[in-house]
Design a protein around this ligand. Structure first.
Ligand code: CIZ
Ligand code: SF4
Length: 375
């Protein structure tokens, strides 16, 4: 993704900002935000760094932020998160609202693991095998929020939906109420952890590797499977291992291990609780004074939660002390934020994320189905 390709003529060049130290941006960001007033809403994802999230009007997970953007009266949504989140905000956004991603290189390695052409090819193979028809009568396609808008639209058009880590269980129940099988994209771990918690044994799940014929499965395996999991993962969460759980338990007897469902099945099996970012923060907030937590998710969230928890007499540490960082989230720097805001002040919209009308139509259907289901 080029950072200059979509710049309107007359935009202040980003290069002028990139040579400045981060901290020199603070006063300028605050002044630009003040001057833009209600026209502009800055959204900050939980995994953002402190220097950026402190300027967010609303913080949250991708679902909460996309909804907050759509419900706001602001004309410009400056999304401090990653590409798929800004796309979802554009899909759900009001007519006339414009969504800005301060650095176009802020992608998501998991979302990149499912490319629409590969997904369409997989589906053709499943249809040829007689496991579903094209409308999804035999199998409901379902995608995690962490996927491109094209994949969300693919699911919407075939009777399926989007889910988040907070409502994946409800989404699976919805899928199984309409068809005997579920095709889950792109995170194998969230899919496996959720299906397992619903009582589906591992033998009734198959993994679809997009680089192999029939995803690397025999037709019998696919016929038997109730859940087909796309072979994608989050490189940040996959770094947490079962031995990290053993290690913190030995070091801090009685510690509560809470992990994100993007972690491996073996890690989730050993944890005391599993939850989305919003759920992890709630678990810590509501725990009695003195509780100790080891948290398996992105390090910026963990560090902020630790500071807050310390004020309430609780302890929060990361599950793996090498600290799992989402490097793409980290790309949004105070310089990029300042650049986007100061351009807005000049009447220039830089790095707008705009989903095409055709993709938007079905992606919106899939997202709206998600909004109707229970967590
Ligand atoms: O959906 C999100 O915001 C992500 C990436 C994780 C979560 O659990 O909130
Ligand atoms: Fe993507 Fe993982 Fe980063 Fe979340 S933490 S945005 S899934 S790479």
């Amino acid at each position: 993704m080029s950072s200059t390709a979509v710049l309107p003529a007359g935009a202040c060049p980003l290069e002028n900002y990139l040579t400045q130290p981060d901290h020199t941006m603070d006063a300028r960001i605050a002044a630009a935000r003040e001057a833009l007033g209600k026209t502009t809403l800055i959204l900050g994802h939980h995994y953002q760094r402190d220097e950026v999230i402190r300027f967010a009007g609303i913080t949250g997970d991708s679902y909460k932020l996309a909804k907050a953007g759509a419900e706001s009266a602001a004309d410009f949504i400056v999304f401090c998160g990653v590409h798929f989140m800004a796309e979802s905000a554009d899909v759900l956004g009001r007519e006339g609202q414009q969504v800005i991603l301060p650095d176009l290189n802020a992608g998501c390695s998991m979302a990149d693991m499912a490319e629409i052409g590969q997904v369409e090819e997989a589906w053709r193979q499943l249809v040829r095998l007689g496991l579903t028809d094209d409308a999804g009568a035999g199998m409901t396609p379902m995608t995690y929020m962490n996927s491109t808008a094209a994949i969300k639209a693919f699911c919407g058009e075939r009777g399926g939906l989007v889910c988040t880590s907070s409502n994946a269980k409800g989404a699976f129940a919805w899928g199984f109420a309409r068809s005997p099988k579920v095709f889950f994209l792109p995170d194998q771990h969230l899919g496996r952890n959720t299906a397992f918690r619903m009582g589906i044994p591992l033998e009734e799940m198959a993994v679809w590797d997009p680089f192999q014929i029939l995803g690397g499965n025999t037709p019998e395996r696919l016929r038997k499977a109730r859940v087909i999991l796309w072979k994608g993962h989050c490189s940040v969460h996959q770094r947490f291992l079962p031995e990290h759980v053993d290690h913190v338990r030995a070091q801090y007897p009685g510690i509560h291990v809470v992990v994100h469902p993007e972690c491996r099945w073996e890690v989730c099996r050993k944890a005391d609780s599993i939850g989305s970012t919003e759920q992890i923060l709630k678990t810590i907030r509501e725990a009695p004074t003195g509780t100790k937590f080891a948290v398996g998710t992105e390090i910026h969230l963990v560090n902020r939660a630790a500071k807050l928890a310390a004020q309430q007499g609780k302890m929060v540490i990361t599950l793996d002390d090498s600290g799992c960082l989402c490097t793409t989230m980290f790309r949004i720097s105070p310089k990029h934020l300042c650049w986007a805001l100061e351009n807005l002040l000049e009447g220039q919209v830089v790095h707008r994320i705009q989903v095409s009308v055709e993709v938007k139509r079905w992606a919106r259907v899939a997202l709206e189905r998600m909004l109707e289901i229970q967590a």
